[in-house]
Design a protein around this ligand. Structure first.
Ligand code: TYD
Ligand code: MG
Length: 455
C-alpha cells in the first residue's frame, strides 16, 4: 500500500514545510509544527454555489463606477462603530477571542435583533436546545433567524443555496470540515480550506460572513492568525473573565479605522452596550483611600477615565513581588526604576501590586502618571483627592511627557465633574488654556507632582 503523503503545518500561522521544524521560520513560534495528511483533492465534485458565474476581464479604473457604499446597520452601536460605521456587504469578519469570553453571545445577540435581514447562524459547538435556551434569555426579536447545527462545509453550502440568507454566522471556524480533505476538523488545512470557500462565497454573492475563531493562550488550537490575511476585518473580543467588562478591538479593517473599539458589559441577560465607559470604570466611593488615582486615557478614539489602584508594602520575604492586572508588568518595573533612580524613592525592597479597574487592558501611555501617583500615594499612605485626574507619560529620566489629544482628555474630565487634571507642562507651550472649567496643573518632573499632591 502506498504511504499517505504528509506535510507539516505551523499551527500558529499556517506555514507549510516538508519536514518537521522546531521553530517556525515565518512567525518564530516554537514547537508549533503538526503533521497532516495531504490527499489529492477529490475531483469533479465542485460545489455549484462556488463556480464563477461572472466573466472577469481587466477594466480601466475610470470605467469602474463608484457604487454608493451601503453599510448594513447591525442595530448595535458598539459593533457598528468597530466595523467602521456598519457592516459592508460581502465582507468576511473574523471574531477572535478566548473560549468563554462571549463571542457566541455577541454574535447571537446581534443576529436576534430586528435588523430586517434573513440571518443564518451555523453552530458546530452547541445544540439547538442550548441555543434556544440562550436566545430566550437574550430576547429574540428577529423572525428571520435560522439556526443550523452542522459542521460539514458541503452540507452548509447546500443549505445556504436553498435558504439564501443575507448574513451568515459560523460558530466556530475550527469546528468546520470539508470532505475534500482527509485531515480532521480544526487542522490548519481544514480551517484554511473552509474559510477560503466561505470567503469566495461572500465575494461572489455579496453576503457578509462572520467567522468566530477561538484563540487560546497556549495556542493549542490552530490560531485565527492564519486567517488574518484572508478576511477583511479582524475583531478581537477581550477582557478578564472574572470581571464583567469586554472590549471589542479592531485589529484589521479594510473598510475603516483600526483604532475603534467597542465596550460591553456581560450581564445575566447578555451583553449590554456601554456608551459612557468612564462612569463604570471609576468605582464611586466616598471615603478617600490611599493608592487610588484616576487616569484620563484615550483608548482607540474614545476618552475614558479609568481608576488605577496600587498597593505598596514592605516585602516580607527576600525578593519583592511585582504584580499587575491590566497593565504591562515591564512598564511597571520601568516606572519603579525611574522612581528609585531619578526621584530617590526607596521602592526596591517593597512589594508593588497594580490593578486597572474592570480588568481592562490599557495601551495608552498617558496612564503612566496616574500609575506613578497611585504608587506614591500608597507608599506615603496619603490619599489623592478623588476629584483629581492625570494624563501624561513618564520618561526614563523622570520627566513628565506630553500626550496626544489633550483637549479631548481635559473636556472628558471636565464633563465628569473632575476639579483638577495633572498634565505635562510641554502639552501647552503657549501658556495654559483658559477655556476649561477645570484646574489644569502643568508639571515637568515627578518631584513637582509629589510636592503638589503630598508636599
Ligand atoms: P459564550 O458566548 O459562550 O463564549 P464563547 O462563545 O466566546 O466561548 O459566553 C460564555 C460566558 O458568558 C459564559 O460563561 C456565560 C456568560 N453569559 C452570561 O453571563 N450572560 C448571558 O446572558 C450569556 C448568554 C452568557
Ligand atoms: Mg461559543
Amino acid at each position: 500500500m502506498a504511504k499517505a503523503r504528509t506535510t507539516y503545518f505551523c499551527r500558529n500561522c499556517g506555514y507549510q514545510s516538508a519536514k518537521w521544524l522546531g521553530r517556525c521560520p515565518e512567525c518564530g513560534q516554537w514547537n508549533t509544527f503538526e503533521e497532516e495528511i495531504v490527499a489529492a483533492k477529490v475531483s469533479g465534485k465542485k460545489n455549484p454555489a462556488l463556480s464563477p458565474s461572472f466573466e472577469s476581464f481587466p477594466k480601466k479604473l475610470t470605467e469602474i463606477r463608484l457604487e454608493d457604499e451601503t453599510r448594513i446597520n447591525l442595530r448595535n452601536d458598539e459593533l457598528n462603530r468597530v466595523l467602521g460605521g456598519g457592516l459592508v456587504p460581502g465582507s468576511v469578519v473574523l471574531v477572535g477571542g478566548e473560549p468563554g469570553i462571549g463571542k457566541s453571545t455577541l454574535m447571537l445577540q446581534m443576529a436576534l435583533q430586528k435588523m430586517g435581514l434573513k440571518v443564518l447562524y451555523v453552530s458546530g459547538e452547541e445544540s439547538e436546545q442550548q441555543i434556544k435556551m440562550r436566545s430566550a434569555r437574550l430576547g429574540a426579536g428577529n423572525d428571520d433567524f435560522y439556526l443550523l447545527t452542522e459542521t460539514s462545509a458541503e452540507a452548509i453550502f447546500t443549505h445556504v443555496a436553498k435558504l439564501n440568507p443575507q448574513v451568515i454566522i459560523i460558530d466556530s471556524i475550527q469546528t468546520l470540515h470539508t470532505d475534500e480533505l482527509e485531515t480532521s476538523a480544526g487542522s490548519v488545512s481544514q480551517i484554511r480550506e473552509c474559510a477560503n470557500r466561505l470567503q469566495q462565497y461572500a465575494k461572489q454573492t455579496n453576503v457578509p460572513v462572520f467567522l468566530i475563531g477561538h484563540i487560546t493562550k497556549e495556542g493549542q488550537l490552530a490560531g485565527p492568525k492564519l486567517l488574518e490575511h484572508m478576511v477583511d476585518v479582524v475583531l478581537q473580543f477581550e477582557g478578564d473573565r472574572n470581571y464583567g467588562y469586554r472590549i471589542l478591538r479592531s485589529m484589521k479593517n479594510r473598510f475603516g479605522s483600526t483604532s475603534e473599539l467597542g465596550i460591553f458589559q456581560m450581564t445575566g441577560t447578555g451583553l449590554r452596550q456601554v456608551s459612557n465607559p468612564s462612569e463604570i470604570l471609576i468605582s464611586q466611593k466616598d471615603e478617600h483611600l490611599s493608592g487610588v488615582t484616576i487616569a484620563a486615557t484615550i483608548e482607540g478614539m474614545r476618552p475614558m477615565l479609568i481608576e488605577t489602584q496600587a498597593l505598596v508594602s514592605s516585602a516580607a520575604y527576600g525578593v519583592p513581588q511585582r504584580s499587575t492586572t491590566g497593565f504591562d508588568p515591564r512598564r511597571l518595573n520601568m516606572l519603579l526604576a525611574v522612581l528609585e533612580k531619578r526621584s530617590g524613592f526607596r521602592l526596591a525592597t517593597k512589594d508593588v501590586f497594580l490593578n486597572i479597574a474592570g480588568g481592562i487592558r490599557v495601551d495608552d501611555p498617558a496612564i503612566d502618571l496616574a500609575v506613578v501617583s497611585a504608587i506614591l500615594s500608597s507608599n506615603e499612605d496619603m490619599p489623592v483627592n478623588p476629584k483629581t485626574c492625570f494624563a501624561a507619560e513618564v520618561g526614563l529620566s523622570g520627566e513628565i511627557r506630553a500626550v496626544n489629544r489633550i483637549e479631548q482628555r481635559i473636556s472628558e474630565a471636565e464633563k465628569l465633574g473632575f476639579e483638577k487634571i495633572f498634565l505635562s507642562k510641554y502639552n501647552f507651550k503657549k501658556g495654559s488654556p483658559k477655556h476649561f472649567n477645570i484646574e489644569v496643573v502643568s508639571v515637568a518632573k515627578i518631584e513637582d507632582v509629589f510636592r503638589r499632591l503630598f508636599g
